[in-house]
Design a protein. Structure first.
Length: 141
């Protein structure tokens, strides 16, 4: 019985040691040297003001990589299907800049609307929240 327990522990230790992260296998991370990327948006929120229901609104958030290695945006997601983010997945070099466009469809919406865009990247701050707001007015006749 003791042999089975000892063998089980050895197996667990071997499996756990083999599960370490291997950044060299990830093409998005390979080739990076020491240092970090740093994403810095010019604005973190935008207010469209009063808009008519049914409009498709677009705003482009601009950001810069103030770090020392390439910045890679891994994903951008929203709190609602009515809001769609678009971004370039190419690495942004140190000192470079990029854009993240957000399109908000006001169809079927009424009143004050707040939508959050979650941006995930390889930056020192891995998750950044952006926000858009609008007061959607319906045209009731």
């Amino acid at each position: 019985m003791k042999k089975i327990i000892v063998f089980s522990w050895i197996l667990v230790i071997l499996l756990a040691s083999g599960c370490g992260s291997r950044s060299g296998n990830n093409p998005k991370v390979s080739g990076q040297k020491n240092g970090t990327s740093e994403i810095n948006f010019r604005e973190y929120q935008h207010d469209f003001g009063k808009v008519a229901e049914g409009e498709k609104l677009s705003y482009t958030f601009t950001f810069e990589n103030k770090g020392t290695t390439d910045l890679i945006i891994n994903s951008a997601s929203t709190s609602c299907g009515c809001t769609v983010p678009k971004y370039d997945s190419k690495p942004i070099p140190s000192g470079g800049s990029g854009n993240l466009e957000v399109v908000f469809d006001t169809s079927g919406r009424n009143g004050t609307q707040t939508k959050v865009i979650t941006v995930k990247s390889n930056a020192a701050t891995q998750v950044v929240l952006l926000k858009i707001t609008a007061e959607v007015v319906t045209n009731d006749k």
